[in-house]
Unconditional design. Structure first.
Length: 148
């Protein structure tokens, strides 16, 4: 499957290896990127210029509460507004669902998908679908372009 700007992709994988490869490939083409991850930036092999948001329930410098979907969305939207076409890597969807509820995450994803379309950006969302309820997986597969 060809990956194109203006789309949101669900990457089915147990660990986000392929997702980070796609993200790094885009960064190497001088596209700005924002990474939302359960792993702190210090442990990610990303350029210094990449904005990283660490999803963490413990309040520390640079961490974002995974239940605060509105704040996470506003950070992404602000970054996109400032930089135009961007790459968005959302490595932590399962954590957001665990710390919030799936209906709120659905609204977040709908808004993120609209943002990627309108700003011709690219959202990469790795998910271990084994960790989700079958109805949740079915919903994600319906609204996102799937890469297995």
């Amino acid at each position: 499957m060809k990956i194109e700007m203006g789309h949101s992709y669900l990457i089915k994988e147990k660990k986000p290896v392929r997702s980070f490869e796609i993200f790094r490939s885009g960064l190497a083409q001088d596209i700005k990127g924002i990474c939302i991850s359960t792993t702190p930036k210090v442990h990610l092999d990303l350029p210094e210029s990449t904005l990283c948001m660490w999803l963490n329930t413990v309040k520390t410098d640079g961490s974002f509460d995974p239940a605060n979907l509105q704040k996470i969305y506003h950070e992404i939207a602000g970054f996109t507004e400032k930089n135009g076409e961007v790459l968005i890597l959302l490595d932590g969807l399962e954590t957001m669902i665990l710390n919030s509820d799936f209906h709120r995450v659905q609204k977040f994803l709908d808004s993120l998908k609209t943002l990627t379309i309108s700003k011709k950006s690219l959202a990469i969302i790795p998910v271990n679908t084994d960790a989700l309820d079958p109805k949740e997986s079915a919903y994600l597969e319906r609204i996102l372009d799937v890469i297995e």
